[in-house]
Ligand binder design. Structure first.
Ligand code: ZN
Length: 293
């Protein structure tokens, strides 16, 4: 009898212990499972929130003026670098290739688009590129100069009409060959060093004076303060009517790569000049959106 009792007690204790262990195991597993599920749900929520934000940003980007579909990744990268810039500024900058470094991202200029061709610190002409030129006559220029044949007709027209308004305009520098630009730039570098020279002079092949579509009017010197003259005021209101644009406007150095040059005008054709004038954009932006795209 005694032995049987002992066995019964032992069995009861054993079963109780077993139940306790099993209960603990189940409880612990349920807890782990619940925590695990909760964390995952939170993770999923965060992920979808992130997705929502990226999607929202992409939609906003797409609605930004001058958005170019194939540049979306570059916009996002540039925005990550400069989170304080507005989306409009991001699009403008990337369209002008400002997310690349000057002279570090070379593109051959597409000369087939004629007066719309882009030459800047990314787009360059080959050393042998020479437009169809005509010699300018004395009433339009100081010194011997050449201009692109078709654009010259528009330049003459502009200078003649300015004269009717008692505004005297004349060219002081127009077409420059690759070799001339090379000498010019090298002299500036000797004088001011590369960094400073790059802000006002182009390296050979990168000067739009080589296109034959460009003229420096009346002066080519900052110290003359041409921006305060009545000639500049007239050009600001009228140049676009003849297909010319102020190529390096004030406060656009970050897009064009050049300091304000109130004397430097570029022929782009009347359709483009009117648009650029009315919408206050640079040739860089116009080219990316309307020509290259
Ligand atoms: Zn110039």
């Amino acid at each position: 009898m005694e032995v049987k009792k002992h066995i019964n007690i032992s069995v009861i204790i054993f079963i109780t212990l077993l139940l306790l262990i099993m209960g603990g195991y189940v409880f612990f597993n349920i807890k782990t499972f619940v925590t695990y599920t909760e964390t995952n749900v939170k993770k999923e929520e965060n992920k979808s929130e992130e997705m929502d934000n990226t999607e929202k940003l992409l939609i906003e980007l797409k609605n930004t003026p001058y958005y170019i579909e194939k540049r979306w990744e570059r916009y996002l990268n540039y925005l990550e670098k400069y989170p304080d810039k507005s989306l409009e500024e991001i699009v403008r900058s990337v369209n002008a290739n400002i997310d690349y470094e000057f002279y570090q991202h070379d593109i051959d200029t597409d000369t087939s688009v004629g007066p719309l061709m882009l030459v800047n610190k990314f787009y360059h002409l080959t050393s042998d590129y020479k437009p169809k030129l005509v010699k300018m006559t004395g009433e339009y220029t100081k010194g011997t100069s050449y201009f692109e044949v078709e654009a010259y007709e528009h330049l003459k027209d502009m200078i003649n009409n300015a004269k009717n308004d008692n505004i005297i305009l004349y060219n002081v520098s127009s077409y420059r060959s690759y070799e001339t630009q090379e000498k010019l730039y090298n002299n500036y570098v000797k004088m001011d060093g590369v960094e400073k020279a790059d802000r006002y002079s182009a390296r050979a092949g990168y000067s739009e004076h080589q296109t034959g579509y460009t003229t420096d009017l009346n002066t080519a010197s900052s110290s003359d303060h041409f921006e305060n003259s009545k000639e500049f005021a007239w050009l600001s209101n009228n140049a676009y009517k003849y297909g010319f644009i102020l190529r390096y406007p004030q406060d656009k150095e970050y897009l064009t790569g050049y300091k304000f040059e109130p004397w430097h005008y570029r022929y782009v054709g009347i359709e483009a000049s009117e648009y650029i004038y009315k919408h206050n954009i640079t040739l860089e932006e116009y080219y990316a959106y309307f020509v290259e795209q």
